[in-house]
Design a protein around this ligand. Sequence first.
Ligand code: BG6
Length: 510
Amino acid sequence: MTKTKNKDETEEKSSKSSSKSKTNSAFVPVQPFEIIVFGGTGDLARRKLLPALYHRYRDGQISDDSRIVGVSRSKHSRKAYQALIEKYYHEFAKDEDFDAKLWGKFIKLVDYVSIDVIEDKDWSALSKTLSTKDELIRVFYLAMPPRMFADICVGLKKAGLVNDKSRVVLEKPLGTDYESAREINAGVGKVFKENNIYRIDHYLGKETVQNLLVLRFGNILLEPLWSNQAIDHIEITAAESIGVGGRGSYYDGAGALRDMVQNHLLQLLCLTAMEAPTSLEANDVRAEKIKVLRALRPITEESADAKTVRGQYARGKVDDEAVTDYMSDVDVTESATETYVAIKAEVDNWRWAGVPIYLRTGKRMSSRRSEIVIQFKPVPHSIFGKTRLNPNKLVIRLQPDEAVKLWFEVKEPGAGGMRLKTLPLNLTYADNFAVRYPDAYERLLMDVVRGNLSLFMRRDEVEAAWKWVDGILEAWEQSGQRTVLYSAGSEGPAEADDLLGGSGHKWSKG
Ligand code: BG6
């Protein structure tokens, strides 16, 4: 008896300690490469790309014969650029990750070339800086306004810098509508083959977004319930507490629909709603995603009012601090640009007929929270008399406090009859994984070098997403739908509650 107990205890202990791995030693070194970052002094390079490359170097994934070349208009010597990116690192990345000795080695990989991609005809300074080694994988990262993508690609070709191993990475948003996206894709496609084009959506590089695939297709339990048979509705939320910051000139022309829905939210919708791909190969996954995009029911002038809400933040308080309104932030006196959008989307196929998929995203909301909520149907008949039963709910918290929670009805123990309580089975990442989660860009940059396209968007995917979004933009214009105000620090406009209310639904509180 005692013996058995001890054995069970030992097994439980060892399974607990192995499930909470402390180190992340799984980084597999990639082949030597050179990456040329156009927009090398820009916001993305400062905040994300260069810190991401340093972190991958620190973990031994990038070898000393790789190279990083920043390209931008401003004149800097190599030394001055190296000093600049160290300054940016301390400003934007976490200092606890910093190791001065390693940084000293990393910075030796970094070089800089000044080119005005529009004015300069001669790109020989870049050719001279790049390696002559044919075996080196060459990645061009275009962290620039998309209208320049095609010209840069042509410039690269003219300068003789593109070979079979060259890859180009295109930052989002790819264009401002379907037509402009098509033009950009066609221009880039004249220089690079589709298999060498990496259209990035950093949401796909997030650990928890990748976990969606594992949750859905690595477990048998969910799949039989994953349809209109058991699911009542779905919510996909990406709420931010930040405002538009210094990006006003871009943002005021874009708005939340183009900035967040066309890419991040629709990608989350695809991963949630798609059929099981036959493998994780890029084209298998993309083939399933595109079917979802094509099945999205168009939103028209007639349905826009009932199915969409566009909001803009007014002044208010976020984290107890007074913040200004959107128009002051972007320094304009008039703007209908939406910083919030809520949409009732419908996927017209057998699996999802009758299941609304509510999308919502906003800036200056009460807190930062991205999550997918799968709201199951009520049981068909209650045997518990008048006791109210809460239908099951699966909450996939993408960020922060990454977690998967499955809410159940359980019997509250003790006397007093059959009292029910709604409680979650809680798989919180922090309790189970003690590793640092690499930033999405770290994973995606290494995937580009590895040649793995699975987490990048294919041309037809981006264009299909634009088609649906164009329909909404047109509907807004034709119907003259107003942008309503919401207080900064709130849950968004009250109209968004009505959007769900018509179907008897309520936004989940997580
Ligand atoms: C970017 C948008 O793509 O995603 C930004 O352009 C937004 O406006 C950002 O703030 C949100 O990303 P994350 O990873 O912080 O959720």
